[in-house]
Design a protein around this ligand. Structure first.
Ligand SMILES: *Cc1c(COP(=O)(O)O)cnc(C)c1O
Length: 360
């Protein structure tokens, strides 16, 4: 079978060129006689792979020198605990924006460590928008401000950067990291699980400002302390070596594709195809507020939910898979991360038109 168009929210589509290169190098990496999976993480081959991956990520995201890049495990969900453990620094509370399912999980975990002040919530409208900053009630004594710039399930993206003054800003960028340029200097911590826009599951990337490292709450396990990983180049224990290698290939691919500015144009074009089409018909409905329409995850419903099964079946026959919406919201969701080619989105829109003609 030829490759299909995979709209999964994660683990998600990877660039074909990257998969082909990984295939070519799988058994014998660059003539060294072994696979990357078989290498010692302390050997010169793998140290070189990891250093190159970090250098390419730093270049792509223009990461300033006073930030550490950590290659960890445990997923974004582990960061829900590691962020308060590392960033409370003697304070008793933190500010959280609540824009959906992932915000809620981050808040729930933080409550184990501190008082959580929810600065604003969009729960009143079923998490279909993000409250503007002038509605946020920031508190003066917060140790940090946490938000989720792209809610993967609700398809709500925030395109502006919150202003938090001297209070460090923390972002869960799991589903929109590398999708457009951002100014890293505005953030204290950025974290992301790799399996949406970076590489295979098993790798988690944390970008942390150096002065925030080293003041963990009492009882923080060694493995949960950013300092442990920062001081050991993410090699305190065995890092997810193959995931780091794959991420490195993706970073190279992004550099060839015009970097993050190039990706942003590509992503605007792809998302535009879907949203612009949906604006022309009431057969399909996108529940998200226009200014928060995610470029990565596009949720939509059919006018008649009784047609959902037929829609998904027909899509699958055309090689368009994983379009079923998250179990908590229903309907459909098309995740169109960096690696989804524009052809995939075009085929989807053509199919949607055809399905509407037949059933509208
Ligand atoms: C997928 C996702 C998570 C959870 O990531 P894991 O790596 O599975 O722990 C957290 N936040 C956001 C925004 C996500 O999209």
């Amino acid at each position: 079978m030829e490759r299909i168009y995979n709209f999964s929210a994660g683990p998600a589509v990877l660039p074909r060129e990257v998969l082909e290169q990984a295939r070519d190098e799988l058994v014998n990496w660059q003539g060294c006689g072994m696979s990357v999976m078989e290498m010692s993480h302390r050997g010169k081959e793998f140290m070189g792979i990891a250093a190159q991956a970090e250098a390419d990520l730093r270049e792509l995201m223009a990461i300033p020198a006073n930030y550490k890049v950590l290659f960890l495990q445990g997923g974004a969900s582990t960061q829900f605990a590691m962020v308060p453990m590392n960033l409370l620094r003697g304070k008793a509370s933190a500010d959280y924006l609540n824009t959906g399912e992932w915000s809620k999980k981050a808040i729930k975990e933080a409550k184990k460590y501190c008082t959580v002040n929810v600065v604003a919530s969009s729960e009143d409208k079923n998490f279909s928008y993000a409250p503007a900053q002038d509605q946020w009630k920031l508190s003066k004594d917060a140790a940090f401000v946490h938000y989720t710039p792209n809610e993967t399930i609700g398809g709500v993206e925030i395109f502006w950067t919150p202003q938090t003054g001297d209070v460090p800003l923390v972002a869960d960028m799991s589903s929109n990291i590398l999708s457009r340029p951002i100014d890293i200097s505005k953030f204290g911590v950025i974290y992301a699980g790799a399996q949406k826009n970076i590489g295979p599951a098993g790798l988690t990337i944390v970008i942390v400002r150096e002065d925030l490292i080293g003041q963990t709450v009492a009882g923080t396990p060694t493995m949960m302390d950013y300092k442990t990983h920062a001081e050991n180049e993410s090699m305190y224990n065995t890092p997810p070596t193959y995931g780091i290698y794959m991420a490195g290939l993706v970073f190279r691919w992004l550099k060839h594709k015009g970097g993050l500015a190039g990706m942003e144009q590509h992503n605007i074009a792809k998302a535009g195809l879907l949203y612009d089409f949906m604006d022309t018909t009431d057969f399909y409905n996108c529940p998200t507020a226009k200014e928060n329409r995610s470029r990565m995850n596009v949720p939509f419903t059919l006018k008649d939910a009784a047609l959902d099964e037929a829609f998904l079946k027909g899509a699958k026959e055309r090689g368009l898979v994983q379009l079923k919406g998250h179990r908590s919201v229903g309907g459909m969701r098309a995740s169109i991360y960096n690696a989804m080619p524009i052809e995939g989105v075009k085929v989807l829109v053509e199919y949607m038109k055809e399905f509407e003609k037949k059933n509208g």
